[in-house]
Design a binder for this molecule. Structure first.
Ligand code: HEM
Length: 248
């Protein structure tokens, strides 16, 4: 990859990240043939910024939309969160591990609405035979994780938003279960899994704990537009607009 394309915008990025000391990295490692320089560090930081922003925020928008369309799920989630919060004003990170339904809700939403629908392209390094197909070395492989998440061979009633299915299985985010790959798999898998999941869980738990959610201007929940717009990150064609009323 030519990292120089990042050079100009990174000047501004560097100004915004004064705690990063670029000069601490040695110019060459001399062993792998890979040089780790200022531009490399800048490119990695930009990569993390780009990969980490829209993915988590758009996922939060999708899951909120699903909750509005499924009041039973929202109510059940609010019940769980309230039980664990025990009257405190905020949900904190330590509470999250007890919120099994919250986790299931987010997983189910990521199954239906994976922000990165086509994983990072791969190239096969050797000839392989897979399910009867001959795939020569050097073939570019594009993995449609979106379609995998809705495959009726793997998921019962795949188009249904039903978080309970994730209470009944032990599928983790780590990319070990190929029927569900919202963060990819293998060495190119998302390095921000824990951060991304924690952000979503913490934000969603606090939103549903503090607010009841509704739709403005008499829009009915079943009429909420769930159309997708394809981009680097899959987002809603019509952005979600919600009304909120404080719960306490
Ligand atoms: C809901 C949140 C997120 C989702 C669903 C998500 C999903 C993904 C997916 C599917 C990939 C491609 C993996 C593959 O091809 O196997 C990826 C790559 C990546 N993600 Fe995430 N991501 C999320 C949040 C984040 C966050 C918060 C960060 C960083 C703070 C991050 C950093 C990255 C980076 C740097 C890559 C590129 C890795 C590479 O090129 O090898 N992601 N992400």
């Amino acid at each position: 990859m030519n990292y120089n394309i990042y050079q100009e915008p990174m000047t501004q990025l560097r100004a915004a990240t004064p705690l990063i000391h670029f000069n601490k990295f040695s110019p060459k490692d001399g062993t792998t043939g890979f040089t780790f320089e200022r531009d490399t560090v800048k490119a990695i930081i930009l990569d993390v910024f780009l990969a980490g922003m829209d993915t988590a925020s758009k996922s939060l928008e999708w899951v909120t939309s699903e909750l509005i369309r499924h009041p039973r799920v929202l109510e059940k989630l609010q019940h769980e969160v309230k039980e664990i919060a025990q009257g405190r004003s905020m949900i904190v990170e330590e509470d999250l591990e007890k919120m099994q339904y919250l986790k299931a809700v987010i997983k189910e939403s990521l199954r239906l609405h994976m922000p990165a629908t086509l994983l990072a392209p791969r190239i096969s390094t050797q000839d392989v035979k897979l399910m009867g197909y001959d795939i020569p070395a050097g073939t570019q492989v594009i993995i449609n994780a979106w379609a995998i998440g809705r495959d009726p061979m793997s998921w019962e009633e795949p188009e249904e938003f039903r978080p309970e299915r994730f209470l009944e299985n032990s599928i983790s985010y780590k990319g070990l279960h190929f029927e569900w790959l919202p963060f990819g798999a293998g060495r190119r898998a998302c390095p921000g899994i824990q951060f991304g999941v924690a952000i979503m869980e913490l934000a969603l738990a606090n939103i549903v704990y503090k607010f009841d959610l509704g739709l403005p201007n008499g829009v009915k929940q079943e009429d909420l537009d769930m159309s997708e717009k394809y981009g680097i990150v899959l987002h809603k064609k019509s952005p979600l607009v919600v009304t909120t009323s404080p719960r306490f």
